[in-house]
Ligand binder design. Structure first.
Ligand code: IPM
Ligand code: MG
Length: 367
């Protein structure tokens, strides 16, 4: 039996509540004897700023670098609105992504049949939806230099962000997308803005070359990112894998997430390159944020976090069967009519964070 080190960074807002339910599912995995998962917990985001004056401490970074995987809850909230840019809660998350070199962000948007009516689109458009957004996560305008606001004469200022991509960054994210497509419906849409941006021109060229050289068995379509946004609400089921840069991926993944009925449902994985043994740096987190308006009330939806842990089992611990069982337990609990407040529905029972977590673990341990 293998032993894994899992670092838990619950963070701010509803983060600690939903992470508490992940703890239950970790305990379930340990009880099955499939693996021994040892957890440690540290601070990230606003709570880390309150404790140490920075959004993640050096000690927490060391733990993250040494861990087999990191689970993050959420960062940020109005309490830290006035904090300096470099210390804002989001800086902790961005540092983790950058220093762990988590260049590949996988954001599945799956519409559970039980929730198809919760979508803002008509049921027939989203029922059975299963999209994987592959977002480049360590490059582009998020990290490009210069990134600054400079003073100009006459009281004017100039703000600069830099969108920059090198060939290798595009190659490696394209490879991740094509490999994933091979396990799915063998269809990749690559979204860029080559009609306006030089980075889009290079993006397009490199993705085409990687496809031609190594992935002739996968269908590739290039799509302009704005058209992709439109097609996602017009006919989302035409997509299988969408690969795109950091900023477009940020937006398209929120859009895709909402198609499924609730941001509270969607997990994500951020992965680095695997070494020869298959070990790779990895961080798993729900797509939803810290939801300060409902923090501490015990009503947050823990499903995205639990599904993120299932992704951790799949992509870091290679326990795909256990991950399938967790995904199945989530679907079954939804099928039984249990809902948290964000996905409340007539004829269903609305439960709190803890009850939802307990129900999922109960479904994992059939009597
Ligand atoms: C996300 C979030 C982050 C991002 C924020 C919190 C920095 O929106 O993970 O999508 O913009 O990447
Ligand atoms: Mg986002």
């Amino acid at each position: 039996m293998k032993t894994y080190k899992l670092l838990l960074l619950p963070g701010d807002g509803i983060g600690p509540e939903v992470m508490g339910e992940v703890g239950r599912v970790v305990a379930w995995v340990n009880s099955t004897g499939l693996a021994a998962i040892e957890t440690e917990t540290d601070l990230v985001g606003g709570c880390a700023y309150d404790a140490h004056g920075e959004a993640i401490s050096e000690a927490a970074m060391r733990l993250a670098l040494a861990a087999d995987a990191v689970m993050l809850g959420a960062v940020g909230g109005p309490k830290w609105d006035g904090v300096a840019y470099d210390q804002r809660p989001e800086a902790g998350l961005l540092r983790l992504r950058k220093d762990l070199e988590l260049f590949a962000n996988l954001r599945p948007a799956i519409c559970y049949p039980a929730l198809a009516d919760a979508s803002s689109l008509k049921r027939d458009r989203v029922d059975g939806l299963d999209i994987m957004i592959v977002r480049e996560l360590t490059g582009g305008v998020y990290f490009g230099k210069p990134k600054e606001i400079i003073e100009l004469p006459a009281g004017q200022k100039r703000a600069i962000d830099t969108q920059v991509y090198d060939t290798y960054e595009i190659e490696r994210i394209a490879t991740v997308a094509f490999d994933l497509a091979r396990e799915r419906r063998r269809l990749v849409h690559s979204a860029d803005k080559r009609n306006v941006m030089k980075t889009g021109v290079l993006w397009n060229e490199v993705v085409s070359r990687v496809h031609k050289e190594r992935y002739g068995d996968v269908t590739l379509h290039h799509i302009l990112a704005d058209n992709c946004a439109m097609q996602l609400v017009r006919a989302p089921k035409q997509f299988d894998v969408i690969v795109t840069d950091n900023l477009f991926g940020d937006m398209l993944s929120d859009e895709a997430a909402m198609l499924t009925g609730s941001l509270g449902m969607l997990p994500s994985a951020s992965l680095g390159a695997a070494d020869a043994t298959g070990r790779r740096p990895a961080l798993y987190e729900p797509v939803h944020g810290s939801a300060p308006d409902i923090a501490g009330k015990g009503i947050a939806n823990p499903i995205a976090s639990i599904a993120s842990f299932a992704m951790c089992l799949r992509y870091s611990f290679y326990l795909g069967d256990a991950a399938d069982r967790i995904d199945g337990a989530i679907a079954s609990v939804l099928g039984q009519g249990l809902r948290t407040a964000d996905i409340a529905q007539d004829g269903c029972r609305t439960v709190g964070t803890r009850e939802m977590g307990e129900a999922i673990v109960a479904a994992l341990n059939p009597a």
